[in-house]
Design a binder for this molecule. Sequence first.
Ligand code: C2E
Ligand code: CA
Ligand code: CA
Length: 714
Amino acid sequence: MDEYGKSLALSEIVSHLDSAESFADIVQKILEIMGDYLKVSNLGLMTIIDGDRFEVFYEWTRDDRVEILERASDDIWDDTIVYGEDIYIMSANEHVGKREFLYTKYGISALLARPVVINNKPQMVIVAADDNPTRVWDLSSIQFITNVVRMIESIILRKMSNRSLYSSHAALKGILDNMGSGLFVVDKNTKEILFINDKIYSLYKKDLIGCKCSDFAMCGNPKYCTDCTRLQHNVGHWENYDSRFMRWFDVRTSEITWVDGNLVSLFNMVDITEKKKYEKRIEFQANNDFLTGLYNRMRCEADLYEVISKSIEAETTGYMMFIDLDNFKHINDGLGHQHGDMLLKLISMGLQQIEGISDSCYRVGGDEFIIIVQPEQSDNIDRIIEDIMDMFNKPWLINGTEYYSTMSMGVVCFPEDGTDVNDLIKKADIAMYDAKKGGKNRIEYYNAADEGLSIKRLDVEKNMRSAIAIGGMEFELYIQPIMDAVSGECIGGESLIRWNSHELGFLMPMDFIPLAEHLGLIVMIGEYFLRKACQVNKKWSDYGQEKKLHVNLSIVQLVQNNIVETITNIIKDTGVNPENIILEITESLAINDMSNMKKVIDSIKKLGVGIALDDFGTGYSSLSYIKQMNFDIIKVDKNFIDDIASDDYAQTFIKLITELSEKLGAKVCVEGVEDTEQIKVLKEMNINMIQGYYYGKPMPYEKFQEEFLGIRES
Ligand code: C2E
Ligand code: CA
Ligand code: CA
């Protein structure tokens, strides 16, 4: 129960203390306030008769509930009241025996009884009962009841002796000091302070009685005091911030009759600083992302709406960038959420440090960020983009290890590309997705002309999910031959996926693999595809052809906990000779969690399967990485082959790699060989394997079998 509500309920009860109404009327009102606050089903004031039973003096019930206390009074007395001055507490989770009895007979699942002691003798008992089967009495409710009972005791005393408030002043002060809120009483005419409770004393650290309230600006601000009319009003209610105490107060005034019979003002000040802080926090949470502290999507949309309107009005141009991390999923899945969270925080901090955008970075999804470049900064757009790129080209240090995480960015400008917030975000997302398809770690500006051409991301996602659901047969196995550089014989091929989508047509890997990785769907697609490749290779063996078949393995698959198990099962199920299968993993996604990666790769190698490092030369792998990982084959990226005939650097690089590979016992395969000239140079260089359009483009596996292995299936 909240302290604020409690304090309000108590102050409401206090306002009835000095009432001239009958005791019964007052009790009725007090029980109503109590019942509402405590949220119980029944609440009663019981009179103790002759010390051995009680009668209901008044029973309050919630929403027309049955008057259980009336009915159960004898049993409650007999079975539960430990006679004395102590409070009796039975929560729904204790006193099983008694509770069972009261519960089955009357539906009472929790009970609390507090004697009203007059002249050292219990005279009455306040009983709270609840039919809620999970009701547990917390400390705050117990304190509340205790306070109310003290007030009732003071009312009874006063009524008995028929004396004024003054007579029970000591008792009352005890209660008022305990109320949690600050109370003070002021003479309406002279502004003289007649009473303060402990709370007010502890704020001002001096006894203010006899002083003028205006001398202390007790409502919080001296400006209010100059022509204060508050004392003239009978009731008032406001909130104010008191800078002296650095606290917020909810202040209520009411008119009461003071001990001398004069009408005075009672001020009740409830400290609502925590509530205010909480509200601030809620507001912050509504606008900010709690992990990174950046603004969130909601705030982004609101801000974007404003800048767009402004830029239209002022005829200026601003930019918006949509950033999506490449393969964030593998850091998160492979290294754990803590690392992922840490990375997001570091990136957020980095973005905020870039000049010109520090206050307009938003995290709008798991690994998605939006940056608004205000029109005033639009001259700096190139520099800002460069700064962001630079940031992502450097490793992030997480727990002492360096990680690379690249991003893909889509950029739109407003109002040129659009004036509607959602439309702009969608366009930036399309541009971002084009950047991803273009090979990740790139930037793409939105281009309206291209939009019609590029397949919609959502369409791809939807259709990909259904393609998986129907068993994966839309994913087709293409194979590109790999030749022995010396003999010119075919030693096998690389499996390359194609998606022949019923809805979208024929899709190349770049049109859907990045999204499949992003969504984690690559795990299922990859498993299906590996199984298919193994089945085909097994068949070759059955035909007496032991040829190698390379299969690409996404890093997202590699970081799955059960990847070794998955591969084991596929080998077992298909009966393939594991030595014919080479898994290609790309190095452009440099995962630097070497020790873990090495463990996984070593376990896969134990199955007999070979491992190739794909796209070598495009990513971050260092030579030491290659040494540690024990690769069987290193595939040199097409980039180095393109100008091999004329480019000295490329030649030196490839020589270096071949020498190193020889020492490590790994073979070298070059990709993307297209013409005779290249073949000539490569043959002089001790290259083991060659792959490229020169020998054959990727083709349906049936065609490959026929042309290169002479296998014709009927
Ligand atoms: P990759 O693993 O580097 O595959 C080689 C790519 O280079 C293939 O493109 C191939 O068609 C192309 N290529 C081969 N020789 C030449 C040549 O002489 N000239 C030119 N211009 N290109 C050549 P493809 O089939 O479009 O595949 C692109 C990428 O998609 C692959 O690059 C691989 O990273 C990914 N991929 C393909 N299939 C799979 C798969 O089953 N699983 C996963 N995870 N990724 C796959
Ligand atoms: Ca490959
Ligand atoms: Ca490659």
